[in-house]
Design a protein around this ligand. Structure first.
Ligand code: NAD
Length: 291
């Protein structure tokens, strides 16, 4: 790495807190090396109240771009000069590109989800999606699926503060993407969940349920809700196969895990920064070597 860094090396980085565990520096630096690009990627621990000063520093240092993680995603959306359509509707960014001094904010999580499905032969266009969750990941997925032509999205959330967020997103989508029918239903209504899944094409878990260390948890308690032909996608990537995925696979569904979403949201950001494709396969091989 040291031999690579020169006076001309351009900087990219991640801001948020905590960032010490992030896989982004390894992934982007591998990809810069692969393409022979004169860039380096670092992670900086930035709290929400420090985000404004951090964005000013990004401008001063003339970084090529930066990724944004929690808790800074929403506040940074209000500090950049321009937003992509998805980032504007969501009100949050995870990628900011410095376009000759103009900071343009994007949200690539939803695009990463849709791309991962496409890599598995599944297109969201004209599909009915049953979405569990209304947090950051779920909102990005709902907005991107609507923008990419999903016919309907039925959002189920527990009776917690995220339920109101789901209603706000549904109201915004009714104005921004009127061709997509968005419903919001409380997760306690298990009959509605059964009916929506029965008429749905793709079931998505975008809640934290099923994540380590609670791998024994799933929001689909009744496995008769699954049927062959239903696509079941999880955003959780640790473990690689969740209980939801295992039970859906056993019931004959096509299952798609969250690892690819993580990779593709990064690949979309890489393309925005560099105009080049991230060496996804090569990076996956590199990761397998280090396991
Ligand atoms: P968040 O805190 O913004 O949202 C949490 C969501 O989980 C809410 O909808 C909440 O109602 C729901 N939830 C939490 N506990 C629940 C319970 N016991 N019962 C029912 N619902 C419950 O979190 P987020 O950032 O949106 O992350 C959600 C999931 O998405 C996590 O598992 C995360 O790992 C995953 N994620 C994956 C990627 C990826 O690239 N694969 C990216 C972002 C997030």
């Amino acid at each position: 790495m040291e031999q690579r860094i020169k006076g001309s090396t351009g900087l990219l980085c991640l801001i948020g807190s905590p960032v010490g565990h992030s896989g982004s520096p390894a992934m982007y630096n591998f990809s810069f090396r692969h393409h022979g690009l004169d860039y380096a990627y670092m992670a900086f621990d930035i709290r929400e109240e420090e985000a404004e000063a951090a964005v000013q520093a990004m401008r001063l240092l003339n970084v090529r771009g930066f990724n944004v993680t929690m808790p800074c995603k929403n506040v940074v959306a209000g500090l950049v000069d321009e937003l992509s359509p998805a980032a504007r509707i969501i009100g949050a960014v995870n990628t900011v590109v410095n376009d000759q001094g103009r900071l343009v904010g994007h949200m690539t999580d939803g695009g990463g989800f849709v791309r991962n499905l496409r890599e598995h032969g599944v297109d969201v266009k004209d599909k009915k999606i049953v979405l569990l969750g209304a947090g950051g990941a779920a909102t990005a997925i709902a907005v991107e699926c609507a923008l990419q032509g999903a016919r309907a999205i039925s959002v189920f959330n527990a009776n917690d503060p995220f339920l109101d967020r789901a209603r706000t997103t549904a109201e915004t989508l009714a104005v921004e993407v009127p061709g997509c029918q968005v419903k919001v239903i409380c997760l306690e209504d298990q009959k509605a969940l059964r009916d929506e899944i029965a008429s749905g094409d793709i079931l998505v878990n975008a809640t934290s349920v099923g994540m380590k260390p609670r791998e024994d948890a799933t929001l689909i308690g009744d496995v008769t809700m699954f049927r062959p032909g239903l696509v079941v996608a999880d955003t959780v990537y640790n473990p690689l196969e969740t209980k939801l995925m295992r039970q859906a696979r056993e019931a004959g569904c096509q299952v798609i895990g969250g690892k690819g979403m993580l990779l593709w949201q990064g690949a979309i950001a890489f393309k925005l920064y560099t105009g080049l494709d991230m060496p996804v396969e090569e990076y996956q091989k590199e990761q397998e070597k280090s396991v």
